[in-house]
Design a protein around this ligand. Structure first.
Ligand SMILES: [Zn+2]
Length: 66
């Protein structure tokens, strides 16, 4: 199996504690679901595991300015 040593995932820090995920103990795996890019992450420091994805399109309401 070839390993791309130049590959750097877009997720670099743990979403819970902020520790670097780019190390041998943590894990970031990238996969694609249609046009979405999804990252499965596991942080060795705090134990958080979960998924995050790039946002392709979103809708938001306008905030009231009072
Ligand atoms: Zn963490």
């Amino acid at each position: 199996m070839a390993v791309n040593k130049d590959y750097v995932p877009n997720v670099r820090f743990c979403l819970k504690c902020g520790d670097l995920l780019n190390n041998r103990e943590s894990l970031v795996v990238e996969y694609w679901e249609g046009d979405r890019t999804v990252y499965v992450c596991w942080c060795h420091k705090c134990g958080w595991k979960g998924e995050t994805s790039d946002i392709v399109k979103f809708a938001a309401t306008e905030l009231d300015e009072e």
